[in-house]
Design a protein around this ligand. Sequence first.
Ligand code: ZN
Length: 142
Amino acid sequence: MLNVDGLKNGIVIDHIQAGMGIKIFNYLELDKVNGSVALIMKVSSKKMEKKDIIKIENVVDINFDMLGLMDPNITVNIIEDDKIKEKIKLSLPKKVENLIKCKNPRCITSIEKYIPHKFYLVDEEKSEYRCEYCDEAYKLEF
Ligand code: ZN
């Protein structure tokens, strides 16, 4: 049986909304990382009714902006030598670059492929972003 409690070195992505774990797993392409990865679904939680947890053996490069976009309520613990070295509280990034794409066909980023897709946060509650170039609204959906 996979021991999911012990993690000497690695990353624990906690407080994931139940059901989002598999999406995060896929977005972060965790099937491609070196070492074991455990996706634990529908864990009972005091803070939330049910949550998902992802445990990754070894510290890997994770795009925290992307993670924050997908679920800003997530917490990330970096584990080193059996101890929590760092606790990261995610939030919606104020600005994002090349993580989401502008859907306006007349936008410069739709016409010129080399221009980075840049968005800024306009409404934190609604998770709404706007394109820096054309102001097209982008509502996050995963
Ligand atoms: Zn645009």
